[in-house]
Ligand binder design. Structure first.
Ligand code: GDP
Length: 177
């Protein structure tokens, strides 16, 4: 089955987003404790694709060696996955573009791994601020890329962006089967 990988910094709202997408409450446990999602979890969605939940990267309070281990783990996943169609890189809409996220996207690009950006926690900003933050992102992205990558604006507390994401993935799946 086609696979879509979800990844981002710890605490970006990945577990909440996965819960929103799967429509279940207890699969991916949300917790205030960053770095909790340490292993790869697979979720079967609509019986025709797998959502792959990758460990959060870049949590500031773990040791360098832990970071290295995570990096290796994530790299190995991407090197091995034949089923992977696309990655989704989650970023908190409130934050300015972070080097670690930009570097990771750069790395995906170098390795020819398609990706979209998911802006999370959109309920925390007014529409105008969302627009401004995305424009900041676009400006920085255009320094490295020819165009702004495909992106989604989501809020797990407001159930926002769910249909767009699921339809997007559904359409790709239709086109590849
Ligand atoms: P993870 O570490 O990336 O899996 O992040 P979690 O899903 O555990 O979320 C981290 C924190 O952000 C938790 O306190 C969540 O309640 C909160 N959070 C996650 N998504 C949203 C959202 O869409 N809106 C708001 N307001 N808070 C969110």
């Amino acid at each position: 089955l086609p696979e879509y990988a979800f990844i981002g910094r710890s605490n970006v709202g990945k577990s909440s987003l996965i819960n929103m997408l799967t429509g279940r409450k207890k699969l991916a446990k949300t917790s205030g404790k960053p770095g909790k999602t340490q292993l790869i979890n697979h979720f079967l969605i609509n019986k025709n694709w797998h959502l792959v939940d990758l460990p959060g990267y870049g949590y500031a309070r773990v040791s360098k060696s832990t970071k290295k281990t995570f990096q290796k783990f994530i790299t190995q996943y991407f090197e091995k996955r034949k089923q992977l169609v696309s990655a989704f890189v989650l970023v908190d809409i409130r934050h300015k573009p972070q080097p670690i996220d930009l570097e990771f996207m750069q790395w995906l690009g170098e390795n020819m791994i398609p990706f979209s950006i998911i802006f999370t926690k959109a309920d925390k900003l007014r529409p105008k601020a969302i627009e401004n933050h995305i424009n900041d992102y676009r400006t920085i992205m255009l320094e490295y890329w020819e165009e702004m990558p495909n992106y989604f604006i989501t809020s797990s507390t407001k159930d926002m962006g769910k249909d767009e994401l699921l339809n997007y993935i559904g359409d790709i799946n239709k086109s590849i089967t």
